[in-house]
Design a protein around this ligand. Sequence first.
Ligand SMILES: C[S@@+](CC[C@H](N)C(=O)[O-])C[C@H]1O[C@@H](n2cnc3c(N)ncnc32)[C@H](O)[C@@H]1O
Length: 313
Amino acid sequence: MSAKGHTAVPASHYDRHPRTNRQHRTITQPRVRGSPAGEGVVDCIVVAALDDLVRPGEYPRSSRYDPAWLVSLDMGPHPLWLLEDLSRDLDLRPGMRVLDLGSGMGASSVFLAREFGVEVFAADLWVSPDAAAAVFADAGVGDRVHAVRAEAHALPFPRDHFDAIISIDAYEYFGTADSYLAYITQFLKPGGQLAIATPGMTREIRDLGAIPQHIKACVGWEAIAWHTAEWWRFQWEVTELVTVAAARLQADGWHDWLLWARACLDHGSGDRDAIEKVIAMLEADNGEFLSFVLATARKNRISKSHYPSGNTR
Ligand SMILES: C[S@@+](CC[C@H](N)C(=O)[O-])C[C@H]1O[C@@H](n2cnc3c(N)ncnc32)[C@H](O)[C@@H]1O
């Protein structure tokens, strides 16, 4: 069983487990139905592992959010740390229209609306729009964040619609096919920004010749969607559809993920076996292969190519 997406989402909130595509087992309701720090109703005790999630030196914006609230929305690594770091390569301005693709339970969408004043379309496959909308309403951004059920290959939006498309720990599920960049950039305005945070590698698995055992034990074949920053840069740049602004491997992304997983193990209501597998993978890796790639690009104003004929979605 694949374990990376150790979600804490109640079964009623989505239909399928993020990694296995199986019906999820019954999970209790999140313990916190609050919102960013100090504004929600917190009914659990904040202890050590949660305190590790407050790191104003490294992540000043994320540190203003209640870690218990974040853990209650867990579907993988810390979404706000990834987004805050990714946003350092982005130009987001109030009023922009942003697609949060694979938004899960929506912490990243809340962050985008609150921190940057943008209008967000939170599109996800497995999480029900009702559940996500409740998160947005509780966080006080229900008027600016719209929850949409969407499959990443059949998006219900017009062409040239978004100023930015952002995807946090989701693009690896659907975005590595050669044709996907041409598809997704249809929905960006010319000059619009595409930004992803996705599990990354220090070396290509193709070059290693096999998936390292400790990674395979956790996520199995799915790791073939994890690439180096150089892979992403070339994969996007060579199309001439976009100009890559940055493609970088986080220096300590694996350790950030470990801190988050430990907090989720201690305080979340997700799949403990899955979280323990993630922790074992990260401890064994110790930064040798694993981290997160942050890649951002702008859609070129004059593209030499367009989405392949016969598929105009
Ligand atoms: C590991 S979760 C991350 C969720 C959220 N971005 C976060 O960081 O908490 C991956 C998300 O990708 C979404 N996803 C996977 N495949 C998808 C697809 N084909 N179309 C739309 N969303 C997809 C899932 O529904 C899931 O919520």
